[in-house]
Design a binder for this molecule. Structure first.
Ligand code: SF4
Ligand code: SF4
Length: 68
């Protein structure tokens, strides 16, 4: 496993990644200045918090999260 990366070209702003991320603080934040068809896009704001659970990759509707 590795830290997730968001493919900005695929991200529609569904925010599921933000909802399912179990860490506190959340690994993601929503960027109100970068809005996709479904809402504000997420970005990795705290990658050091990631426990590599993979939940965000599974949850993302358009498959915009890549774990390499
Ligand atoms: S769940 Fe996917 S589409 Fe939605 S904000 Fe996160 S990366 Fe973007
Ligand atoms: S892999 Fe888990 S801990 Fe890491 S960003 Fe995704 S949901 Fe959060």
């Amino acid at each position: 496993m590795a830290i997730p990366r968001i493919d900005a070209e695929k991200c529609t702003g569904e925010q599921d990644c933000f909802e399912v991320c179990p860490t506190e603080p959340n690994c993601f934040e929503l960027d109100e200045w970068d809005v996709g068809p479904a809402g504000a896009r997420a970005y990795m704001s705290a990658p050091e918090e990631c426990i590599e659970c993979g939940a965000c990759e599974v949850a993302c509707p358009p498959g915009a999260i890549v774990i390499e």
